[in-house]
Design a protein around this ligand. Structure first.
Ligand code: FAD
Length: 135
């Protein structure tokens, strides 16, 4: 969606940026979005000063937009590889999946993912909660 927020309302997850189920990243993006939103609210100090909410939401959006743009790009051949149309295609697909999960190829897959937005180690997220009201 072009707009993720309106005033004090902000969306995240599939309702906002739904990547194709074939991306295999929808759950990670929803969780990452929640973490980035919490971090942005905390960093802007919204609990102490609610007027800083627009700053927090802007930071959240800037942190997520590149990841979303990247996740929404399916690599060439992705649809065909997930839904092969021939018996040979199904066999090749199953073999490729087995190879990708193999211990031998694991470092290679890890390195390939590290070059993308999705392979980056998330930053530390610290959330400060408001003190419980007395009484
Ligand atoms: C076939 C398929 C395969 C997928 N495979 C993968 C995969 O391999 N890896 C991966 O990471 N992701 C995968 N995904 C995507 C992943 O499931 C979603 O991206 C993820 O669940 C999005 O989380 P969300 O919290 O944004 O939305 P949802 O998980 O859809 O949660 C939204 C919730 O809101 C509730 N709701 C809706 N309307 C209302 C209302 N009016 N009032 C109250 N509650 C409401 C719904 O019941 C639901 O519980 C796949 C999706 C599909 C369809």
């Amino acid at each position: 969606m072009p707009n993720w927020r309106d005033g004090r309302v902000v969306l995240l997850g599939d309702s906002t940026w739904c990547a194709s189920p074939l991306s295999g990243l929808g759950t990670a993006l929803a969780l990452r979005g929640a973490a980035e939103l919490a971090a942005a609210l905390d960093a802007a100090g919204v609990l102490a000063d609610p007027g800083r909410l627009p700053t927090a939401l802007e930071a959240f959006e800037q942190a997520m937009r590149p990841r979303i743009a990247s996740a929404q790009q399916l690599p060439p051949g992705r649809v065909a590889s997930v839904a092969p149309r021939t018996a040979l295609g199904i066999r090749v697909n199953a073999l490729a999946m087995r190879l990708l999960r193999s211990r031998a190829l694991r470092p290679l897959v890890r390195r390939a993912m590290a070059g993308t937005e999705h392979g980056r180690t998330p930053g530390k997220v610290t959330v400060t909660t408001a003190a419980a009201p007395a009484g």
